[in-house]
Design a protein around this ligand. Structure first.
Ligand SMILES: *Cc1c(COP(=O)(O)O)cnc(C)c1O
Length: 393
């Protein structure tokens, strides 16, 4: 990680990049060369010191801060000032890049890997690449990169010891999406299951519980941040008859604690939970990609009774935009997609519902074709052209 900023600064050749006209004064466009850091503007007057003591940053709901934002200006009808606008845009971007460089100089990196160079991919910026829906089912959208996505997934499945014909997965938009998906799969397998997660788990785990309206038991941790399996055992014993969905942390966000997966499984077994009555999702956003390469580190493997593993792509790997990887067992996805079989689609991802809408439109035509069923009006949601009600048919 170290040294990459120097390289970046050198390669950007700051003195040569700005080709603005000599008479153009960028300070007339933006007064503030470097936007203030967010918490500079948190106090009423930006004051954070009271009697020489730093005050905790206040977060006031319902009061949005707009001081550090740039205004979007809409172009006029007459195009005479286009040249000026382009120069203005160049200035805005040059300043933005300078502020990024400045901020990056003080960015320690952790937990992000800053040592990356994806310059070779810049030639792909001109295409509207989109891997809609399930990476293993070709869609009719041709500008995709599935060949790469599936290759990456194969690699991860091998890393976590799951056969090609036994896994399913996709590239997510972030670590949170991996957790949302893993816990969703768990809930689809056990619709009445209770979610167990240590109190050091990432907030996205509890967000999933709220989104899916699941009962959730928070488990105490040791001082290290690792899940306390004695407390886990006690809480499992309270709900012996209800299937368990467990979030296991492979690196907690604050303390970097790794839950003892083997002990979690042993605790489940000893409390009377057979393998067909629990589902384990491993949140490996932080360390999931590091552990397999550390000698003597506890092993995450699908040879153990786990249901899914997710990792982050923009932390350890170093990816300039947020992303992640989610891997689960194919049998679970088949269970999940059976639930939506009436759509004749495998809508298995969280994002990327465009395919799904198109399929739904096509299917509706079949459902209502013989006239026995009357279609409800969906014109306001899906447009008149897609509506099959008496009025819009
Ligand atoms: C960072 C992190 C996440 C969430 O990742 P995002 O990409 O920010 O959504 C989830 N779990 C853990 C343990 C993390 O450290």
């Amino acid at each position: 990680m170290a040294g990459s900023i120097d390289v970046m600064l050198r390669e950007l050749k700051l003195e040569t990049v700005e080709s603005l006209p000599d008479d153009f004064d960028p300070t007339t466009v933006i007064n503030d060369p470097l936007p203030p850091v967010a918490d500079d503007c948190s106090g009423i007057n930006g004051e954070r010191l009271v009697k020489g003591k730093e005050q905790p940053r206040e977060i006031i709901l319902g009061r949005n801060v707009h001081t550090s934002c740039l205004e979007v200006t809409e172009p006029d009808d007459d195009d005479e000032i286009t040249g000026e606008r382009e120069a203005q845009m160049a200035s805005v971007l040059a300043r933005y890049r300078r502020s990024l460089l400045e901020r990056t100089k003080h960015h320690l990196g952790y937990p992000y890997n800053l040592d990356f160079d994806y310059g070779a991919l810049s030639q792909l910026q001109h295409f509207s690449i989109n891997n809609l829906g399930d990476p293993f089912i070709e869609s009719n959208y041709g500008v995709h990169s599935r060949q790469f996505e599936v290759g990456v997934l194969d690699w991860f499945a091998r890393l976590w010891e799951l056969e090609k014909n036994e896994y399913w997965g996709y590239i997510t938009n972030c670590g949170t999406e991996g957790n949302l998906h893993g816990i969703l799969v768990g809930r689809e397998v056990f619709p009445d299951g209770i979610l167990y997660a240590s109190c050091e788990s990432h907030y996205s785990v509890f967000k999933a519980a709220r989104m899916y309206r699941m009962d959730c038991e928070k488990i105490n941790t040791h001082i290290s941040g690792e899940i306390d399996c004695e407390d886990f055992r006690a809480k499992l014993a309270l709900h012996k008859d209800v299937p368990a969905i467990i979030n296991v942390n492979i690196g907690t966000t604050v303390k970097g604690a790794v839950d003892d997966l083997d002990l979690v499984i042993k605790t489940l077994e000893e409390t009377g939970f057979t393998h067909d009555r629990f589902y384990i999702h491993c949140d490996g956003a932080l360390f999931g990609l590091m552990m397999p390469f550390v000698k003597l580190a506890p092993k995450v493997s699908f040879k153990k009774p786990i249901g899914s593993v997710s990792v982050s792509g923009h932390k350890f790997v170093g990816c300039p935009m947020p992303c992640g990887v989610q891997i689960t067992r194919l049998q679970h996805i088949n269970a999940l997609s059976r639930n939506v079989e009436y759509l004749a689609s495998r809508d298995a991802t969280i994002m990327g519902s465009h395919d799904f809408v198109n399929e739904l439109i096509e299917k509706r035509a079949i459902w209502y074709e013989n006239g026995k069923l009357k279609s409800p009006c969906v014109a306001s949601e899906m447009g008149e052209a897609n509506c099959l009600c008496v009025l819009h048919k």
